[in-house]
Design a protein. Structure first.
Length: 209
């Protein structure tokens, strides 16, 4: 499946700002999508689209902060960069507390904006890889039988076959067979790798970023 190119989504009610952003982004080879309102953005937004969101904090109708809250409720991981006017710093701080990636106070230098956009796109790529890894590990975990899951839990506690067999009331040879199946199904080459997988799964599931 072809990977989608990152797109910078610009939401601003000022047409002049939108057009200037498109020209700037095009000059450095970045794709852009422009929206005149938060509502317009929400009707077309696809969570699978990589990139970042460049968002005006004050807009008629739904504000940038309200849009951010909508995206949070949807579980959207796209990094948000807020563009703020003079006097909007308290709002920008609130946005950061709710998970915004960064904010820039108008007027700002083009290079400052581009630097932040590149960092946001890199963060988005990292997040998507982490979530993809999470899905892969979870699918492998779900493929285990209840007994294989018990063996996995005891393996990741550092227990040897003999001890696992005693804990589960079966022979060490039976544990060897279960152990081999666990390694194969999880796609792991060592117990250390299994432990890392389980820790990654717990880390992402707990909502840590």
């Amino acid at each position: 499946m072809k990977t989608q190119a990152p797109t910078v989504m610009v939401v601003d009610d000022d047409a002049g700002v939108r057009n200037a952003m498109r020209a700037l982004l095009k000059s450095v080879g970045l794709e852009s999508a422009l929206f005149a309102s938060a509502q317009e953005f929400l009707t077309t937004y696809q969570p699978a689209q990589p990139g970042c969101l460049l968002l005006d904090i004050r807009m008629p109708g739904m504000s940038g902060l309200e849009l951010q809250q909508h995206l949070n409720l949807r579980g959207a991981v796209i990094p948000v960069i807020f563009m703020t006017g003079h006097g909007d710093i308290p709002m920008a701080v609130e946005a950061m507390q709710h998970g915004a990636f960064d904010f820039l106070q108008k007027p700002f230098r083009d290079q400052d904006l581009l630097d932040r956009i590149q960092r946001a796109i890199a963060r988005d790529e990292e997040l998507r890889k982490s979530l993809g890894e999470h899905s892969r590990i979870k699918a492998h975990l779900d493929s285990l039988t209840p007994r294989e899951r018990e063996v996995l839990d005891l393996m990741t506690q550092g227990k040897q076959n003999k001890v696992i067999g005693q804990d589960l009331g079966v022979s060490p040879r039976t544990i060897e067979i279960h152990r081999a199946r666990v390694m194969e199904k999880m796609g792991a080459h060592s117990v250390a790798e299994l432990v890392r997988m389980m820790l990654d799964l717990q880390h992402i599931s707990s909502g840590s970023r």
